[in-house]
Design a protein around this ligand. Sequence first.
Ligand code: DP6
Length: 342
Amino acid sequence: MGKVTWQSPSNIALVKYWGKYENQIPANPSISFTLNSSYTTTSLSWEAKEKTDDFSFELFFEGKAEESFKPKIEAYFKRVHHLLPFLSEFHFTIETSNTFPHSSGIASSASGLSALSLCMASLAKSLNIPHDEDFYRFASTLSRLGSGSASRSVYGNLVVWGKHALIENSSDHFAVPYTGEVHPVFENFQDYILLVDKGEKKVSSTVGHGLMNNHPYAMKRFEQAHTNLNKLKSILAEGDLEAFGNLVESEALTLHGMMLTSNPYFILMKPNTLRIIEEIWAFREETKTPVYFTLDAGANVHMLFPEMVKNKVDTFAQTKLVGLCKDEEYICDQIGNGPKQL
Ligand code: DP6
């Protein structure tokens, strides 16, 4: 019997992962900022049971038994069973909660599946199960098998997942911390998440990734992600905020462009997504404040800016943006240091 608890953050991609092959292998490399205050806390308790062919677990979300999450966990157990052969020898209790509202439209799969994977990696370690001797690399591999973007959440700051010719040690199988030069302007970089649509996403990201198979522009897009990651390397080193914003906004619109041009096609942006983008552009133009947006696979807008303009941006958000957010809610987050064992 035993119990372990990990807290693991969400992340926001700058160069996006969109498209994958079998076994959760990404079609292109991606890079993200790990967030600080948007995280999942997961406790994993286990007790030995007779070995059977199936998995035995209970799941509690925010203190209540949650049946609807079970298929995702079951699928995860199946995918990682070859790495965690003991899964069928224990009964597990998984207790999980998020710091952000579940219905906020913030994807909880990155934080949720990385938190669970870190717990599993801790259990594997305590059982001396032979695995990758690098704890976080192993946790990242497990996380990837749960949800691609979760692989990046096991490290802090800037994290790369997917093989890129110019990023040493980068891999399709796990994420690695970005070790290139980073200008101080990116320290404590801010991410305000403007909540536009708090409903459930209408297209799951797994379905979305699938639409990149046979997508007419897929190959060009995958090549572009490699080029953009390469460009971002010098932008990060030089601290060129304008080039940063240009690249990151283009990545976000390209991601949504892929959705607009897939078959079936779909639109995840809402009218207020576009209104917020227009407000950000107008504010940037008028005040020359370096503030940029990115999007994930949903309607919410992530507003990215350096800490030095925080006061100005707070006033802007309070006067121009809050009214465009669902229930006037937005989350003030920033780049963070990665998961913590409690
Ligand atoms: C648009 O990691 O949620 O946020 O691997 O199917 O679980 P699965 O997909 P997921 O996809 C995230 C896509 C994205 C871009 C990104 O985070 O890189």
